[in-house]
Design a protein around this ligand. Structure first.
Ligand SMILES: [Zn+2]
Length: 65
């Protein structure tokens, strides 16, 4: 399976970043963002995004398993 690239800066994305994009922008959204670009769009820090990933994992969200 080929890895997806950030729609903004073309960095290769890890699964958690794809999961975050789906979580914040919805599965209908064709854009995918890396953590750095997501943080800019959401006006938060990448550390906060890491914490959100941990939170979503703890809820058993299938996007982050
Ligand atoms: Zn990016």
């Amino acid at each position: 399976m080929s890895s997806e690239l950030c729609s903004e800066c073309a960095s290769p994305l890890v699964r958690d970043e794809v999961g975050l994009t789906l979580k914040y922008f919805g599965t209908y959204c064709s854009e995918r963002y890396c953590k750095k670009c997501l943080a800019e769009k959401l006006e938060c820090t990448t550390k906060q995004l890491d914490e959100m990933v941990e939170y979503f994992k703890s809820t058993g969200c299938p996007l982050f398993t």
